[in-house]
Design a protein around this ligand. Structure first.
Ligand SMILES: Nc1ncnc2c1ncn2[C@@H]1O[C@H](COP(=O)(O)OP(=O)(O)OP(=O)(O)O)[C@@H](O)[C@H]1O
Length: 375
């Protein structure tokens, strides 16, 4: 079997990004944790790594506040390892960022994000577990396109056919014209449904291997019950109502991905801790898919990833991450305790910058309690 290459970042230099004036972060290839007070700039450091790979922030709203207040520009420079050493840098000012790879301007951001896969789980990031249905669907479809060659084209053609049908409805086009585009909707839609089905099956197998972490099986599902003739008939019958409602409200572009736990949707039935464990298990499965189809092991950014977990589950998460072949960059607020048998590099962040921390971080001998609970 072909082996996969783990991507990793070794050094990050950040200038004038958010609260940081100038900071240098040296990362190890395994588990890395930044500890610091609220507002000390931990998330901003993870954001810097994401910005290099994606050219934009993972924080939700399009953010014009990346540049430090009172400054004109921010700079990020990173030394990565991907087969050999690679250099990525980002320069930005209000609303604009430019990415350079090995000193040359990057024209297509996608080329970098596909070659430098960086996955993120962050409270201010995309809400896959407890966000709106569209967020989950976009995440699923992005993973389908990552894993199965040619599927991106199916999505583009399908959406073009959906939009074209809406335009024709508004123009009161002939039934023949509409027929042709409705056939295209179905012809491009069916492979999308098949690809989603296949991906969900693969992900569910991977998630079933994370049972030790999630404790209860986490399962993904989406509507796959499309039948060609029935779909075409439905499209024909709904022409009038689709015209009135302003668009097509049925099809793969509307289906909701469900993430269930004990057969109930985790976003409403799961506790915050259970949702967190599911989110981490999903990231593990996503990493495995990248490794399987792209032969690359992504860097994982986990912001505040121990939040909402009790000591024994924090320990379990760290143990799981320790086993992962991925480089993991995490943040947590001051006061979190890490058991001594976790192989992890811990750095403390304050106004002076980052300093290596003693390990284990234990308050009043509670580490022992953590160990006992987890045993
Ligand atoms: N453009 C900016 N200029 C200056 N400071 C900023 C800017 N944007 C955000 N900040 C500040 O930067 C600080 C760092 O935010 P960040 O989210 O990185 O902190 P954090 O350590 O992750 O905090 P928490 O533990 O609360 O999640 C915050 O105090 C924020 O108000």
């Amino acid at each position: 079997m072909l082996s996969s290459t783990p991507l990793s970042i070794q050094e990050v230099k950040v200038k004038q990004l958010r609260c940081h004036d100038e900071i240098f972060w040296s990362c190890s290839s395994g588990l890395n944790l930044i500890l610091g007070a609220n507002g000390s700039g931990k998330t901003s450091l993870l954001e810097a790594v994401y910005l290099m790979a994606h050219g934009r922030s993972f924080r939700q709203a399009r953010d014009p506040y990346l540049v430090k207040r009172g400054q004109e520009r921010f700079f990020i420079q990173g030394n990565w390892k991907r087969f050999g050493p690679m250099n990525l840098s980002v320069a930005g000012r209000r609303g604009q960022t430019s990415v350079r790879l090995q000193g040359r301007d990057v024209q297509r951001r996608k080329d970098v994000s596909e070659s430098f896969p960086v996955l993120v789980e962050a409270p201010q990031g995309r809400k896959i577990i407890d966000g709106v249905a569209g967020e989950r669907r976009r995440w699923l479809d992005a993973l389908v396109m990552t894993c199965y060659q040619g599927s991106a084209q199916q999505y583009t053609s399908y959406l073009r056919a959906v939009m074209q049908r809406s335009r024709l409805l508004r123009r009161r086009a002939s039934s023949d014209e509409l027929d042709a585009w409705e056939h295209q909707i179905v012809a491009y839609g069916l492979p999308i449904i098949q690809a989603r089905k296949r991906l969900i099956e693969e992900m569910n197998v991977l998630l079933s291997e994370e049972l030790e972490l999630t404790e209860t099986a986490v399962e993904l599902s989406i509507n796959t019950g499309y039948e060609e003739e029935a779909w075409l008939t439905r499209l024909q019958e709904k022409r009038e109502s689709d015209l009135k409602s302003g668009g097509l409200r049925f099809g793969p572009h509307c289906d909701a991905l469900k993430i269930a736990f004990q057969q109930r949707e985790i976003r409403s039935a799961g506790s915050r801790g259970q949702q967190k464990l599911a989110a981490i298990a999903i990231k593990m499965a996503e990493c495995a898919m990248w490794s399987r189809y792209r032969r690359l092991i992504p860097v994982l950014l986990l912001d505040d990833c121990l939040e909402a977990l009790d000591h024994s589950r924090q320990y379990k998460v760290l143990k799981r991450l320790e086993r992962s072949p991925a480089q993991v960059l995490m943040s947590a607020p001051d006061g979190v305790q890490i058991a001594s048998d976790i192989d992890i590099r811990i750095q403390m962040l304050d106004r002076q910058g980052l300093t290596e921390a003693e390990h284990p971080i234990s308050v009043q001998g509670e580490t022992i309690v953590v160990m006992e609970e987890a045993a």
